[in-house]
Design a protein around this ligand. Structure first.
Ligand code: NAP
Ligand code: MG
Length: 399
């Protein structure tokens, strides 16, 4: 059988620890036998980031901007302990943060569902995709601790001259203050990314704020989303999907009652909190994918989990591991499908879909990694725990 060829290269961002091991195995066992892989390879492993003064991360993000589709392995975000472990020159920033700043994107997280792995919320039978606005609000706020007798104002200046002075509070005793912001531009990009994603996947979308309380602040989010939706409304109707704007508390109640199957667009803080709730409800972190979509339609696919350090240390000691590679496999299939769609390469799209089906079928038929065993229950099927590599061969057999 001739291998499937690729016209445009995929930007490949390699990473660290256990996921780096899985990365190479996934390519070797599941992709390379069928696809003449055409990738532009960037090694974002921590040692190479350090050698290149993190320039490799910037170069990889620029390549993603140029070619439009990237696939990324999980990477270590250095902390003090990693500084000594890897003998680093500097505490390099999070690669995901750097890539997001360059692509200016929104992160969408979606669970992979399999029969037999039940959600902790029994009604959620379809995936809930969560989009978090990753700019501003409380994450870039300024805090201040006030003492008795102080009065706080919100003051703005333009060219050194005061424009506005709004009283906040006069403190009788001690207290705290916070100043936060967002920008129309960032909110608008977020809205475009969300509407584009919902259309792409043909799923309805819900967006919520607390505009009854924060009339100006959250009111601006509501207004910009309404304006941007104007550009998508006809296409939403055509695709038979809705967009609903509501208050955040109503949204939470609606999502809980729903069967899933929607895109939930969240403000920064809501997304931080709700993404952990949604991820947990669907079971293992190893089943959660993530894609960064820029407002001009560039895509970077990855798993939502980290480098699975604890398993890597076991692997280094020569012990057997059973690490879930599903989210990383779906990062590859997501990227191959998107590359295929953009290049009109239906063979590549079809290969990626088959790999996804083979992966899901492997679990549904009872072969899985250890994290899924306690979650699995299907009449007549006794789940079998595979080690990291055996799981990939079990998929290959079906593929
Ligand atoms: P993690 O790698 O996601 O792992 C946390 C725990 O979750 C694991 O110890 C494991 O639990 C379970 N787990 C996660 N993924 C799994 C999988 N595929 N299969 C089976 N179990 C899985 O998070 P972390 O340990 O907090 O972070 C490790 C490193 O990853 C850090 O250096 C961090 O900076 C980095 N990180 C990178 C990204 C990214 O690149 N996007 C995201 C998050 C973290 P058990 O130990 O109980 O088996
Ligand atoms: Mg969180």
């Amino acid at each position: 059988m001739a291998k499937i060829t690729m016209r445009t290269p995929l930007v490949e961002m390699d990473g660290d620890e256990m996921t780096r091991i899985l990365w190479a195995k996934i390519k070797e066992i599941l992709i390379a036998p069928y696809v003449e892989l055409n990738t532009e390879y960037y090694d974002l492993g921590l040692a190479h980031r350090d050698e290149t003064e993190d320039e490799v991360t910037v170069q990889s993000a620029l390549a993603a901007k140029k070619y439009g589709v990237a696939v990324k392995c999980a990477t270590i975000t250095p902390n003090l302990q990693r500084m000594s472990e890897y003998n680093l020159h500097r505490m390099w920033k999070s690669p995901n943060g750097t890539i997001r700043r360059i692509l200016d994107g929104t992160v969408f997280r979606a669970p992979i569902l399999c029969k037999g792995i039940r959600s902790y919320v029994p009604g959620w039978t379809k995936p809930i995709v969560l989009a978090r606005h990753a700019y501003g609000d409380v994450y870039s706020a300024v805090d201040y601790a006030a003492s008795a007798g102080e009065t706080a104002y919100l003051v703005t200046e333009k060219e050194g001259k005061e424009v506005s002075r709004t009283p906040i509070h006069s403190f009788a005793g001690g207290g705290v203050l916070q100043g936060m912001h967002n920008t129309d531009e960032s909110i608008r990009s977020f809205a475009h990314s969300c509407f584009r994603y919902a259309l792409d996947r043909k799923i309805p979308m819900i967006f919520a704020t607390k505009d009854t309380i924060a009339k100006t602040y959250d009111g601006r989010f509501k207004q910009i989303f309404a304006e941007v939706y104007g550009e998508y409304e006809a296409r939403f109707c055509e695709a038979g999907i809705d967009y609903l704007y509501t208050l955040i508390d109503d949204a939470v109640a609606r999502v809980m009652r729903s069967e899933g199957g929607m895109l939930w667009a969240c403000k920064n803080y809501d997304g931080d909190v709700m993404s952990d709730m949604v991820a947990t409800a669907y079971g293992s972190l190893g089943m959660m994918t993530s894609v960064l979509v820029s407002p001009d339609g560039k895509y970077e696919y990855e798993a939502a989990h980290g480098t699975v350090t604890r398993h890597y240390y076991k692997h280094l000691k020569g012990e057997e591991t059973s690490t879930n590679s599903v989210a990383t496999i779906f990062a590859w299939t997501g990227a191959l499908k998107k590359r295929g769609e953009l290049d009109g390469n239906s063979e590549l799209v079809s290969f990626a879909e088959k790999l996804e089906r083979a992966t899901v079928a492997t679990i549904e038929e009872g072969e899985m990694t250890g994290d899924l065993i306690p979650l699995f229950s299907r009449e007549g099927i006794e789940p079998k725990k595979c080690n990291s590599e055996a799981f990939l061969y079990a998929i290959a057999k079906r593929l």
